[in-house]
Design a protein around this ligand. Structure first.
Ligand SMILES: Cc1ncc(COP(=O)(O)O)c(C=O)c1O
Length: 416
């Protein structure tokens, strides 16, 4: 019995053997395929060396360069590097003016970070169901929620698994247009969605604020890290101040300015959310290879669709965007209840050395949210159907054809 608690964030739920022990003491396992594996085969070490040699390890020129490159790639006017996507979401909501008692719409099928940041500010999340096929919010779900909660101030959209929600696309012009008509601001949780596109535009250039994650299992990583993008100069300015203690002078400006470094003022009780240069160095190298890494993930996803696409005992994700516009962070399957079932399948795959994860146990089922908001699962049929059978398979650039064949052969075998 696997007693580890899985959060959907871990690198693997299969123990990775120490180097040199791959073939020994594996309990007879043919091989070990972790759920997630970082690929750092570009300029990561070279850029880290530059930082170490510069003697300036925290936020400085590498972070600045990372922001500038990211800004070019996603087509956003302002990029603010921070130490996680969670801090980006917190800063973004704060800059949008969310405060005590405000209502923020958020999907239930997401990681707790999407909703916890609403509570940090004393505001209240209103949980929305998602579409079963895509695990995304749809125009129809958002329209119904806006009608039911005209007081809502902000909508959080999660681009689940790396596929953008219909921000620009739909009978009413898409989710963004619907929100603009009602004066509701939009923050995008793009923790899974770099690089991704919607309606021909990069995610990061669409809503009022977009937040990316560079956690170790994400499509590009800085170890831990995040980025907030916006086209709004006031939001960017507020985020820059609040990410570093509410100090009125940006750390980089203090570093390069003629003005004395020690001279600053504090204009609000801010946070300590800046990204250190050591992390930005990894991010810069990852960014250079982001398209190659994305293409390699797409290759894995195509393999899964080809081999598993016709099975009656599985539902595969519905892809609403061109494959090239998907970041392919996750590949989930939904196991029909009449098979061995999701939980047993996880155990059987784990016995064969294959790491899997679950994205997600929806937030309406989590004690804190369930009890505080008296949430009834019956209100979330799409998320409930997903939750009962969902299982995420390994999806990362270094999976070779042989690994993919081993995963799908094992899966088919275990399903019976
Ligand atoms: C949908 C979603 N939002 C936010 C986060 C938080 O990201 P970070 O770990 O960078 O704070 C995650 C992390 O996995 C996530 O999956």
């Amino acid at each position: 019995m696997n007693e580890r608690v899985t959060t959907g964030m871990e690198s693997s739920n299969v123990l990775i053997p120490p180097p040199g022990r791959e073939s020994a003491g594996q309990g007879g396992r043919a091989r070990v395929i972790p759920f997630s594996k970082v690929v750092c085969d570009g300029n990561e070490l070279a850029y880290i060396r530059e930082v170490l040699e510069s003697g300036w390890l925290t936020t400085a020129s590498k972070t600045k360069a990372f922001e500038e490159k990211f800004s070019e790639v996603v087509g956003a006017r302002y990029c603010c590097a921070v130490n996680s996507c969670t801090s980006a979401l917190h800063l973004g909501l704060e800059a949008l003016g969310v405060g005590p008692g405000d209502k923020v719409l958020v999907p239930t099928m997401t990681f707790t970070a999407s909703a916890e940041v609403i509570r940090y500010l004393g505001a209240e999340p209103i949980f929305l169901d998602v579409d079963f096929g895509t695990a995304l919010l749809t125009e129809a779900i958002v329209e119904e929620a806006l009608d039911a909660h005209p007081e809502a101030k902000v909508l959080t959209v999660v681009h689940f698994g790396g596929q953008a929600a219909a921000m620009l696309d739909g009978e009413r012009g898409g989710i963004l247009a619907l929100c603009r008509q009602r004066g509701v601001r939009v923050i995008e949780d793009a923790a899974h969605a770099f690089p991704a596109r919607e309606g021909g535009r990069p995610v990061g250039s669409l809503g009022d604020v977009t937040c990316f994650s560079f956690y170790a299992n994400k499509t590009i990583t800085t170890g831990e890290g995040g980025m907030l993008t916006t086209d709004d100069p006031e939001i960017a300015e507020r985020v820059r101040v609040m990410r570093l203690h509410g100090i009125d002078r940006d750390i980089w400006k203090r570093f390069i300015s003629e003005y004395p470094m020690w001279e600053y003022d504090v204009i609000a009780p801010g946070y300590k959310y800046n990204m250190p240069d050591l992390n930005a160095a990894i991010g810069l190298a990852q960014l250079e290879r982001a398209d190659v890494l994305r293409d390699a993930r797409e290759r894995c996803a195509r393999y899964y669709f080809d081999v598993l696409g016709d099975r009656a005992d599985l539902d595969l994700p519905v892809i609403r965007v061109p494959f090239a516009d998907h970041a392919w962070h996750l590949f989930w399957i939904v196991v029909q209840p009449e098979t061995v079932g999701r939980n047993r399948l996880i155990e059987l795959l784990s016995q064969r050395g294959i790491g899997t994860s679950v994205h997600y146990k929806p937030l309406h089922r989590m004690k804190y949210y369930r009890e505080r908001y008296e949430l009834d699962p019956g209100r979330f049929p799409g998320a409930e159907r997903l939750w009962r059978g969902c299982l995420s398979l390994p999806l990362y650039p270094s999976l070779c054809d042989d690994d993919l064949r081993y995963i799908t052969d094992s899966l088919v075998d275990c399903l019976g």
